[in-house]
Design a protein. Structure first.
Length: 294
């Protein structure tokens, strides 16, 4: 079966913006045949994070091979590499959708990020309160207005506003009504335990084999479970966790490169610099200096 891919290019009219870390598009979907909810009988792998809110009408949508009825008053959330296919939609369907490069969500700092991933995966379509139905579209419109402004810090402000949306979504998903009804499978539990262990040990260990051994499973099984649950490999989770925290130390402390290298258990500053540059394209010193000039 043919599968189309929708990436950030599908959510912007400005190709030059593709070089930015965050791409977003706000639009109404009433009468629209393309995009995520267009009926083309073709599954789409959405290579971007998206949040859709149904303002009117309804549609039947298959998300990662599970069919959902997405209707008025509901929010639909998709993470990167989500497979979406619209099977049916009402003529009056009207939604607002915010799409962005998923990289920004990796900066979210909540204690239960693993649970959030599982909740979104298991419940991509959830009902919003009347207050949330008013507030979230207003957020979307404000983000659009900021994004469209001619402003020196337009992208920086946009990123921060997107993080606000992330926290809003996390809060909605973590309501008691969702959390209490969540049933964790064995694979979900493995993933949760992996993220918790990673939170404790990321400054000491970068090896997938270490985390697998601590969880009493094989590295191959750990990698396959993490990939299945989160659409990211265990190695990517480890690198993301380490890099996010290194950036925090570089941006908010006066520790030397040597001291940060030691804190994250690198054999020497040279190895640390190579690791950071390979992942970010910048040396730790350049990253710190760039932040200091902003």
């Amino acid at each position: 079966m043919k599968i189309d891919r929708l990436n950030v290019e599908n959510f912007t009219d400005s190709p030059e913006e593709l070089r930015q870390d965050v791409i977003l598009k706000y639009f109404e979907l009433n009468g629209r045949e393309g995009g995520i909810f267009g009926i083309e009988n073709i599954p789409k792998i959405v290579e971007a994070g998206f949040v859709a809110i149904c303002l009117k009408g309804e549609c039947e949508v298959m998300i990662d091979h599970v069919v959902y009825n997405f209707k008025t008053g509901q929010m639909c959330v998709g993470l990167t590499a989500t497979v979406v296919q619209t099977l049916w939609k009402s003529p009056d369907l009207e939604c607002v959708l915010l799409a962005a490069n998923i990289e920004f969500i990796r900066n979210i700092n909540i204690p239960s990020v693993s649970e959030l991933f599982i909740m979104i995966r298991n419940n991509p379509c959830i009902t919003l309160s009347e207050e949330e139905m008013v507030a979230l579209p207003e957020y979307f419109m404000y983000i659009q207005s900021v994004y469209n402004r001619e402003h020196s810090y337009r992208m920086e402000i946009t990123k921060q506003l997107l993080l606000v949306i992330c926290y809003e979504i996390a809060a909605i998903y973590q309501k008691d009504s969702i959390s209490k009804n969540l049933i964790y499978s064995y694979k979900d539990t493995v993933f949760r335990n992996f993220v918790r262990l990673l939170s404790d040990k990321h400054q000491e260990e970068r090896r997938v084999s270490f985390y697998a051994q601590e969880l009493c499973i094989t590295p191959k099984y750990l990698s396959s479970v993490v990939k299945e649950v989160s659409n990211k490999t265990a190695a990517e989770w480890i690198d993301d966790f380490i890099l996010r925290n290194i950036k925090i130390f570089l941006s908010t402390t006066t520790l030397t490169i040597q001291q940060i290298s030691d804190k994250f258990n690198f054999p020497n500053p040279s190895f640390f610099t190579q690791y950071f540059k390979r992942a970010t394209g910048k040396t730790p010193k350049a990253y710190r200096n760039e932040g200091a000039t902003k």
